[in-house]
Design a protein. Structure first.
Length: 94
């Protein structure tokens, strides 16, 4: 489903924000899916920000290697800060 959505977008977005505040738990299948998303988005030259990640979910993502893959600087507590981080990343690329 995500691949179809990404393929339908004519212009690649420089940053993907994954808002995870409503994700109460994550297990192996979810961790693998998030890893695939990050890999696909990075392959297209974009950054991924994980936003509003609950502490228990972050712990699982750390153990699963997701945080290392996305980069600890790209795990953001609030949407406001994530939007600023996305702007900063875009300025670096220019």
């Amino acid at each position: 489903m995500l691949e179809l959505t990404l393929a339908a977008i004519n212009r690649a977005a420089p940053t993907l924000l994954l808002r995870m505040g409503d994700v109460p738990v994550v297990e192996a299948t979810g961790i693998l899916a998030i890893e695939e998303i990050i890999t696909d988005v990075k392959r297209h030259g974009a950054a991924v920000l994980l936003v509003e990640v609950r502490p228990n979910v972050r712990y699982k993502l750390e153990r699963g290697g997701v945080i290392a893959h996305v980069g600890a600087d790209n795990v953001i507590d609030t949407l406001e800060h994530a939007l600023q981080r996305a702007k900063d990343l875009r300025a670096i690329v220019k």
